[in-house]
Write a protein that binds this ligand. Structure first.
Ligand SMILES: Cc1ncc(COP(=O)(O)O)c(C=O)c1O
Length: 375
């Protein structure tokens, strides 16, 4: 890739762009549709209930203060999260989505002598961030599409600085066994940081989650990443947070931009944290939607990977073609060939009506394209 002017760092030329879920407006523009109201986007694991009404009120009030810079230290949000999680506030750093925190981990730990370990089929941003810093990615083979923690332990080398575990994982929806996770964290060398990406954890009923905060409290080299994008329905605001030891948090804090989390996001997140009813309703919507979609898939004889969160990996045969055909039916899902899963699409759990639209469109498309193809 020759460009005019100074040449980019050599490794940047190999760095692919992230392929996000396609925005409704973009698909409509391409199809020549003026109206997006008939389109259904189930492509980015967003919260189909929308944001909490309390968060919307807080944003409306915050709109009047948009001439002011936000509190870069996010004092009140960190205090509220600290109370919510029962950890001191110096263990918490908010970020511009948890994606930014993954990049900040790269700034702090990665270079051409360092590496990460991740699982096959795990969230692709880990690898993209490693590439951004010219660091090595060792990909441990998956087991039944999920993280194989023994294989990940075996993949750790003297260069490894970060091990990423997405739990639940996107795009597979798989979860690691709690006891295996515990054993893994105890077995990882102290000079390796285990990053537990818990973007979807708020969607899992609290009693059924592993207690991962215990590792931070016990001073293990563990960093938890969470987000307001999924359970709290605030993906558009870009706000997530890291939980870790104070010295880690201080390092990440030095790497961030001065005002990385805007005031509207901080205000909405504070309000959302107080709206437990919305979170409970979200979990209920997800549980009902999963039941609705999986029953529909079973009736069609279509395989899927079981999930407890707001998306499902569905084995449709030729994922990219089905994605394109669904798009013609005005239903946007996510093709999975970029993840090495060409037979699958990933569908987000939507409202009851959206899930129906997906099932009806898939039934139509499957009748055109019944035969599974191999990679
Ligand atoms: C596993 C996982 N981690 C992190 C993120 C990033 O979330 P955000 O940057 O919106 O907080 C996502 C988004 O889809 C995800 O699926």
């Amino acid at each position: 890739m020759a460009i005019t002017g100074p040449q980019p760092n050599a490794w940047m030329t190999a760095l692919p762009s992230y392929e996000p879920g396609r925005p409704l407006e973009e698909v409509a523009r391409e199809a020549g549709l003026a109206d997006i109201s008939e389109m259904v986007k189930l492509a980015s694991n967003e919260n189909a209930l929308g944001p909490s009404p309390r968060a919307v009120d807080a944003m409306q009030q915050a709109a009047h203060r948009m001439h002011l810079y936000p509190d870069g230290g996010a004092f009140y949000l960190r205090a509220a999260l600290a109370e919510h999680l029962s950890v001191p506030s110096d263990h918490i750093l908010p970020g511009n989505g948890s994606n930014e925190l993954i990049e900040l981990l790269g700034h702090v730990f990665l270079n051409d002598q360092a590496g990460i370990v991740m699982s096959e089929y795990a969230f692709v941003i880990y690898k993209l961030v490693a590439m951004l810093f010219n660091a090595e990615t060792v990909t441990a083979p998956a087991h039944a599409l999920g993280h194989d923690l023994d294989a990940m332990r075996a993949a750790i080398t003297p260069q490894t600085k970060l091990v990423f575990i997405a739990n639940p994982n996107n795009p597979t929806g798989t979860e690691v066994d709690h006891a295996a996770l515990d054993g893994f964290i105890k077995s990882v060398p102290d000079n390796v940081l285990v990053v537990l990406d818990e973007a979807y954890v708020d969607l899992v009923p609290p009693a059924e989650r592993p207690d991962t905060l215990q590792y931070v409290r016990a001073g293990r080299p563990v960093c938890l990443l969470r987000t307001f994008s999924k359970g709290y329905g605030l993906a558009g605001l870009r706000i997530g947070y890291a939980i870790g030891a104070p010295d880690l948090i201080q390092c990440l804090n030095r790497a961030r931009q001065p005002f990385n989390v805007n005031y509207m996001a901080q205000s909405a997140a504070l309000a959302a944290l107080e709206d437990d009813d919305h979170l409970v309703a979200t979990r209920q919507m997800v549980a009902e939607g999963l039941a609705q979609i999986t029953q529909g898939l079973q009736a069609m004889g279509v395989e899927y990977v079981p999930s407890r969160v707001n998306f499902l990996l569905v084995r449709v045969g030729h994922g990219r073609r089905v994605f394109e055909e669904l798009q013609r039916e005005q239903v946007i899902v996510r093709p999975m060939d970029g993840y090495g899963l060409p037979e699958y699409v990933r569908v987000t759990v939507g409202t009851h009506a959206e899930n129906e639209r997906f099932l009806a469109a898939l039934a139509k498309v499957q009748s055109i394209e019944p035969a599974p193809v191999s990679a």
